[in-house]
Design a protein around this ligand. Structure first.
Ligand SMILES: Nc1nc2c(ncn2[C@@H]2O[C@H](COP(=O)(O)OP(=O)(O)OP(=O)(O)O)[C@@H](O)[C@H]2O)c(=O)[nH]1
Length: 388
């Protein structure tokens, strides 16, 4: 039968295990942030270790020290793996394995030869702290992240690692007798409380970060074409309207480009080859513009670019540059005939309706196609007219 004291100290391990379960459930639902799964394993193992150690009689602690130690070490390793995965750094598996083996050897030697709870406590916590701390320097050395949430996440993790390593110092303050004789020692209560508070903080932060990441990914997918990564039609218009309202962006020019006889490319070489051509065209466009310009795939083989602070002459040069890059890309429409593109280019120096410029560029593209393709059609400054 468990005493009241034992039941009381089981609250913290149960909460830690439940937090692990919650993280695991979140991973199961979204199947995206793998760091949730690793941290879930870490918390569940830690919760199990703490529960086990809380309910076995004190006299038995030494006999089970190697097993409980192994569970704690595995828990620490999984938490470390989760953090390392989140920040894309190494979790130092080999070093962790060596540290774990050393700690387990010491625990075994200690429980079999000379039973000292203080020595066990010291080495186990030191080992756990080292395993937790291993990825921390690499995380801090990464280029400074502007994300406050992520900074809070790794600093709280680093502090917990240091706290774990320093925890045995508490034994010195409390004295070994307290550790040995009390049914539920102060040391044990502090350990439980520390682990619970850290687990709560860390799990909460991880969940917030995972939800935020998922929202960003969804927003990214909503705004971008999945094949080329360029803006889609809806996101282009949103960004273009916003950009056009900013002062000092004019003159604004619109380029509409279309791959010539793209159906033949697909028919001759297959859809996958066609996809590669679309990606090469997207690359050529991104390489030819500045970061503040907009590049979108409106669908099929039609691309739309918005260039800021570019007059018609500059826009025409950009279109010619892209056309030359696509011709030189090495992709072929049919044997001996490289892939080509046609462009319509219109420019607008006034604060007018962007959709009119896009229509003008579209009309010019049609002219370029009619005139034999593989060319850029431009027209003089397109002055704003009232929309019908
Ligand atoms: N590989 C690939 N093909 C696509 C994709 N989207 C549309 N297409 C193909 O693009 C082709 C467009 O053909 P058309 O509209 O006839 O135009 P075209 O053959 O380029 O002829 P012109 O524009 O007149 O030079 C069709 O065969 C579509 O199946 C895509 O994502 N990947």
């Amino acid at each position: 039968m468990l005493s009241n004291n034992q039941l009381y100290v089981l609250v913290a391990p149960a909460c830690i295990t439940a937090l692990g379960g919650l993280l695991g459930l979140c991973w199961l639902i979204q199947r995206r942030s793998l760091f949730l799964l690793w941290t879930a394993c870490g918390l569940v193992l830690t919760g199990i270790g703490l529960s086990w150690q809380s309910i076995i009689p004190k006299a038995e602690l030494s006999r089970w020290a190697v097993y409980t130690g192994a569970i704690y070490l595995a828990g620490a390793w999984f938490c470390t793996l989760g953090v390392a995965h989140k920040f894309s750094v190494s979790a130092f598996p080999k070093t962790s394995a060596v540290v774990s083996a050393l700690v387990l050897a010491i625990l075994y030697q200690n429980s079999a030869v000379q039973d000292s709870i203080a020595v066990r406590t010291l080495w186990l916590n030191l080992g756990l702290g080292i395993i937790h701390f291993l990825p921390f320097p690499a995380i801090v050395r990464r280029p400074a992240s502007k994300d406050r949430l992520e900074r809070l996440l790794y600093w709280s993790y680093g502090l917990f690692a240091i706290y774990t390593m320093l925890r045995p110092a508490m034994v010195l303050v409390l004295g070994f007798t307290e550790l040995k004789d009390m049914t539920v020692s102060i040391y044990w209560l502090v350990t439980m409380l520390g682990s619970l508070l850290f687990s709560l903080l860390f799990s909460g932060l991880l969940l917030i970060v995972a939800m935020r990441d998922a929202t960003l990914v969804l927003r990214d997918e909503r705004n971008h074409d999945s094949l080329t990564g360029l803006l889609n039609r809806r996101a282009f218009w949103e960004a273009a309207e916003k950009l056009n309202q900013q002062p000092g962006v004019g003159p604004v020019s619109i380029l509409i480009g279309d791959i010539d006889h793209f159906k033949q490319v697909n028919d001759n070489w297959g859809h996958e080859y066609g996809d590669m051509v679309l990606k090469a065209v997207a690359r050529a466009m991104l390489e030819s513009v500045r970061s503040e310009d907009l590049v979108a795939r409106f669908g099929g083989e039609e691309f739309v670019l918005l260039l800021t602070r570019s007059d018609l002459e500059t826009a025409e040069q950009v279109a010619q540059r892209i056309r030359a890059k696509v011709s030189a890309s090495g992709y072929v429409q049919q044997p001996g005939q490289g892939v080509t593109m046609s462009f319509g280019v219109a420019s607008l120096a006034f604060d007018a309706n962007l959709r009119q410029v896009v229509s003008a560029a579209d009309r010019l593209l049609y002219q370029a196609k009619e005139s034999g393709r593989d060319q850029v059609a431009v027209e003089p400054l397109f002055a704003p007219v009232a929309m019908a």
